[in-house]
Design a protein around this ligand. Structure first.
Ligand SMILES: [Zn+2]
Length: 457
């Protein structure tokens, strides 16, 4: 099977040719952990999870290495820690835990490696030293900066010239910069800020260098696929390429650059700064199913923008009910085996909307199928499509049971209030009964100094 991807670096669809078919290497920029992930953050996780599944299917499970980092040192994390009166470690441990829970609820497989930036500071310091030695970086006032004019091909990924960069005022002006487009590799830390010793004094890395150091260490100097959201093309990915290529003296950092489009709310990009976002966590708390969120995220082609609404999630849930019903009704044993239509759709630059419509087509045929052999073939194809898209990964009975039994957030809150009232009245038998009743419905209570919180199992 030939896989085609749209490669941002070439601005065209290309045949995917791995460097080594026995060792496919993919890197995706992961989260900065200081808060709950919103749906916009979840889209690349789901998209690249489908790509990971397709590559494993095509080249074999043991032949694909997927790396997605965790940024656990950042000014936003420092701010969050200060605000909450917590240590940085507490903030990152807690929020990385939320991230893992939420992404698992969306059916995303864990990556093969999940490096944390703070574990790779020596590699970052070494890489920065190398860039200084090669004349691509310079130290100034406790900072180390990448010298953008030293790289002839800077701007190749984002199709920007140096003049565009300055005219577009996309660069931060600072007195210690030789050129306005130069960007920070290392910055000084005050005594109360986290820092590491380096040849340029105690400080901490800039964001871009993290991905160059971690991908270089784990995947090598040139690897197959680098992914992330469209908003990372400039400056983040442009700067990653500049650092990696100049430090290693290579013509490429990664061969294929894949970028997913934005999640929108009423036609506007969902973002934390605009405040128009909803988190995966709150949607799950409202009773939306993780699998429905996943299906909704796959309904548009990954390069296109997508609007996610609560009504859309309800429609996705209804669509899944239809798929699970068809599987349940076809009472034959079947092993997952995607058919050629599904494979062709996904091999064509991950055409998930086409693959999903093919699944519905299979359901229509399955509902009409009469003999066991025909049912088995259709059910296999449906389950095989599900395995590639990360859908239909549970038993139909479990899906329907969870649907009917799922308590709404307001019901849970009112039961917690009733339990608190019982505890206040020292009616502990009643309080325990309510706790058990919620546990049976898949809701776990946790009593803490701030009151009672709950989560779904
Ligand atoms: Zn990155």
């Amino acid at each position: 099977m030939t896989i085609h991807f749209y490669n941002t670096l070439a601005r065209e669809k290309q045949v995917f040719e791995p460097i080594d078919p026995n060792r496919i290497r993919m890197y995706v920029c992961g989260p900065t952990v200081y808060d709950y992930a919103h749906i916009g953050n979840a889209r690349p996780v789901v998209i690249f999870d489908v790509l990971y599944r397709l590559l494993r299917h095509t080249y074999g499970e043991g032949h694909v290495t997927y790396v997605r980092n965790i940024t656990d040192i950042d000014d936003k994390i420092m701010e969050a820690a200060k605000k909450g009166g917590e240590s940085i470690e507490e903030v990152t441990r807690r929020t990385a835990g939320w991230y893992h829970q939420d992404m698992a609820a969306l059916g995303a497989l864990p990556p093969d490696r999940e490096p944390r930036a703070t574990e790779f500071v020596p590699q970052m310091v070494a890489m920065i030293g190398n860039l200084v030695a090669r004349g691509h970086a310079y130290a100034a006032e406790g900072h180390v900066l990448f010298n953008v004019p030293s790289m002839a091909e800077y701007g190749r990924l984002s199709k920007r010239s140096l003049d565009d960069l300055i005219a577009g005022a996309r660069v931060e002006v600072a007195p210690y910069k030789k050129h306005p487009a130069d960007f920070v590799l290392w910055k000084p830390s005050a005594a109360d800020q986290p820092g590491w010793d380096s040849p340029w004094g105690r400080g901490r890395p800039g964001w871009h260098i993290e991905c160059s150091a971690m991908s270089g260490e784990i995947l090598g100097q040139v690897f197959d696929i680098h992914g992330g959201g469209l908003d990372l093309i400039f400056p983040h990915h442009e700067n990653e390429i500049a650092q990696s290529r100049c430090a290693h003296g290579t013509a490429l950092m990664a061969r294929y650059w894949l970028h997913n489009g934005f999640v929108q709310v009423n036609g506007q990009k969902m973002s934390k700064s605009l405040g128009n976002y909803f988190t995966v966590h709150e949607l799950l708390d409202e009773g939306h199913r993780g699998e429905a969120i996943r299906l909704a995220l796959l309904m548009a082609h990954y390069r296109q923008p997508i609007d996610i609404t609560r009504d859309g999630l309800k429609e996705a849930k209804t669509a899944l009910d239809r798929l699970y019903t068809a599987i349940q009704r076809a009472e034959v044993e079947a092993l997952p085996a995607p058919n050629d239509h599904i494979l062709a759709a996904l091999a064509d630059d991950l055409n998930t909307p086409l693959a999903i419509s093919e699944m519905h087509e299979l359901v229509s045929k399955l509902n009409k199928a009469e003999n066991a052999e025909e049912k088995r073939a259709l059910k296999s194809a449906l389950l095989g499509a599900g395995a590639l898209l990360g859908l239909l990964q549970q038993e139909p009975a479990a899906w329907f049971q969870a649907s009917s039994g799922a308590l709404q957030a307001e019901d849970i809150e009112s039961r917690i209030a009733a339990r608190n009232a019982a505890r206040k009245a020292k009616n502990f038998a009643e309080a325990d009964r309510i706790r058990k009743e919620l546990a049976d419905a898949g809701v776990i209570l946790e009593d803490g100094p701030q009151g009672t919180t709950w989560k779904r199992t």
